[in-house]
Unconditional design. Sequence first.
Length: 289
Amino acid sequence: MTIAITGATGHLGRLVIDSLKTRVPMGQIVALARSPEKAADLGVEVRVFDYDRPATLTPALAGIDTLLLISASELGKRARQHRSVVAAAQSAGVRRIVYTSLLRAETSSLGLAAEHAETEAIIKASGVQFTMLRNGWYTENYTGSIGGALTGGAFLGSANGARISSAARADYAEAAVAVLTGAGHDGKTYELAGDTAWTLPELAAELSRQSGRTIPYRDLPEADYAAVLAEAGVPKDVAQAIAGWDVAAAQGALFDESHQLSALIGHPTTPMAQSVTETLAALTATRTG
Ligand SMILES: NC(=O)c1ccc[n+]([C@@H]2O[C@H](COP(=O)([O-])OP(=O)(O)OC[C@H]3O[C@@H](n4cnc5c(N)ncnc54)[C@H](OP(=O)(O)O)[C@@H]3O)[C@@H](O)[C@H]2O)c1
């Protein structure tokens, strides 16, 4: 049974392949990458796979039983790109597609949801067996701002009271591996999120506690937060989208208490405090290394 992984050079794809290598023979893992040189260190077979070059897709899926389609990263292009991948999987005779979707994709108020819901519909209409992994937010979406918060002296956002059930990327990767290597997941849709929700003021308090500095959370109106992000170099449309996600979060879009993620991986999800610890250690290592 050969398993192929798209987005193999990305953060999630790398974690999936690392974990998969401990569970199945290396010869049964294929990394799909648009830039194969970036995948050379993965230690498994690499095949060229570019969503925007449809001619690369079907040949790369020859002999593949299960495809993990890690959602593409360019907003607005993804439904089209995923449609090409699903068509290629159909013609290559792939038996099952496991897709990394979004928490409550069909009803979510997050602007991102439409492309995920459309992709799920495309996969279901293809007749290929499927499992939907509706991933909630990565904790790394926030810990990635810790360096900036320490420099600027405050943690910024527009999601003041939002309860965020995030989990570490590694937790979502483990769930993907559990589904890729386990039985009984065909036709299932999993809502995946962290066990314990937290708020941005709580994250700032945890950062303050662990760093020994006072880093308050400062809540900004959506437009002001988008402007701050744009000033920091985030492309304007992405900055607006990020601020909008905070507003959706404040309406509950990132909260979940189904515990399906910890059930799939067989242990509690990574607590936010642990992710803060790991981020501070990595920042210290970068400064001293
Ligand atoms: N749940 C969340 O909080 C959250 C947060 C961010 C993103 N996401 C979604 O989850 C996905 C995985 O997350 P991540 O952190 O691993 O993202 P990431 O590090 O940005 O990885 C994205 C992967 O997609 C590949 N890719 C992009 N365009 C492609 C194309 N045209 N053809 C083939 N491959 C292409 C990239 O290849 P290159 O290495 O060549 O660029 C990379 O391997 C993201 O793509 C996004 O859809 C979820």
